[in-house]
Ligand binder design. Structure first.
Ligand code: NAD
Length: 343
């Protein structure tokens, strides 16, 4: 049933069920690195919960998983407090939702900037793990997972074994690095390297990984860095966190700066000034995703201009100036129907 077909009492029961399920899936995914449902299935449960919380304001709660980011950091690691929270992203599941997001951004800017049509940057959404790398005077100082967004795990010992992450920036050239710079990006495993790793693990009678994301998560949270060193991890930078000195005033210029420092940047990133072209770009990747050697689960679309981003701000767990266009499910599943029917 649609939210408007439920009574308040029925809605409350469904919401409780959904929250409990989403919490369990979050734990399996973020803490145990061992999900039991597909991401598309998870997204449907999460969206159903969001819709009900919107339709029934009385059932809203700060404890709801819709108000949170990620999972709690595991205690085997030292904790790292993020100087600025690492948020999640809101989702758009089709072209209309993407256009609605863009219209909301335009309306959000109207009071201060008038009727503007902001430029956006579209980037492939790599299916890995968000990390924050802090460089002090150009040297990699601390690396941390996103964790619950406020506190992550200190994984510096493992990140130092990833050859694709520079220990010193700039890698070449004579630019002066900022005194302190936080680089945010995604650690992931390439499909070809994942297959080779699994083959090796099977040969050694060890447990193979279910997919490249699990392999990357398990590898990044190894306690023994010599194990991490034998496993091929990759990295793409996609943002900066707190950084001293003058920083660029647009997102695309930030990416260019990171590229000049020698940080790996995903090469399909594109700037657009027309939302129709963004929609076309996003939809084109639904079929092209299999041509890549890494898994993507969508396209992230961001307002380019930093003052616009600041004006738009954030909701509890995601910025308003960015959205993740998620690809349609590859397979259909039924948990959601079961929960609703059983109430
Ligand atoms: P998200 O993955 O939808 O979006 C935020 C993340 O996107 C960032 O933290 C970053 O890691 C990543 N990202 C990749 N490329 C990026 C780019 N260019 N710019 C910015 N960010 C980029 O949100 P989330 O909170 O990490 O996780 C929610 C998603 O995780 C769900 O939608 C689902 O797909 C999956 N999940 C699955 C299960 C399950 O049981 N299967 C459980 C929990 C979460």
């Amino acid at each position: 049933p649609e939210p408007n077909e439920l009574s308040e009492t029925e809605a409350e029961a469904v919401v409780e069920n959904l929250r409990s399920l989403v919490r369990q899936h979050d734990h399996r995914y973020y803490v145990e690195d061992d999900p039991v449902v597909t991401d598309a299935e998870y997204d449907r449960l999460y969206r159903a919960l969001e819709d009900l919380e919107r339709a029934f304001p009385n059932v809203r709660s700060e404890d709801s998983p819709t108000q949170r980011v990620g999972g709690e950091p595991i205690s085997a690691f030292e904790k790292h407090e993020h100087p600025e929270p690492m948020l999640s992203l809101s989702n758009a599941f089709d072209a209309q939702e993407l256009r609605d997001w863009y219209d909301r951004c335009r309306r959000g800017l109207e009071d201060v900037y008038g009727d503007v049509a902001p430029v956006v940057v579209a980037e492939l959404k790599i299916d890995g793990l968000a990390v924050a790398l802090t460089y002090q005077d150009g040297h990699l100082d601390v690396a941390a997972t996103r964790g619950n967004g406020r506190v992550g795990e200190n994984i510096t010992h493992n990140v130092r074994t990833i050859h694709r992450i520079p220990m010193v920036v700039p890698v070449s050239g004579d630019q002066e690095p900022p005194d302190r710079m936080e680089v945010r990006g995604e650690v992931f495993m390439r499909k070809s390297e994942f297959e080779a790793l699994n083959e090796r693990l099977r040969d050694e009678d060890e447990q193979a990984f279910a997919n490249p994301r699990n392999a990357a998560a398990g590898t990044l949270r190894q306690l023994d860095p010599s194990v991490t060193a034998q496993r091929p991890l990759s990295f793409f930078a996609y943002a900066i966190g707190p950084t001293t000195g003058g920083t660029p005033d647009s997102h695309h210029a930030t990416l260019e700066m990171l590229g000049e420092f020698g940080l790996p940047i995903e090469s399909h990133t594109q700037q657009f000034d027309d939302i129709d072209d963004v929609v076309e770009f996003c939809e084109s990747w639904i079929d092209r995703r299999d041509d890549l050697d890494y898994e993507i689960d969508g396209v992230v679309v961001k307002i380019d201009d930093l003052p616009y981003q600041e004006e738009l701000g954030a909701i509890s767990n995601a910025p308003r100036w960015a959205v993740a266009f998620k690809f349609p499910a590859r397979e259909a599943t039924t948990t959601l129907e079961k929960i609703i029917v059983n109430v």
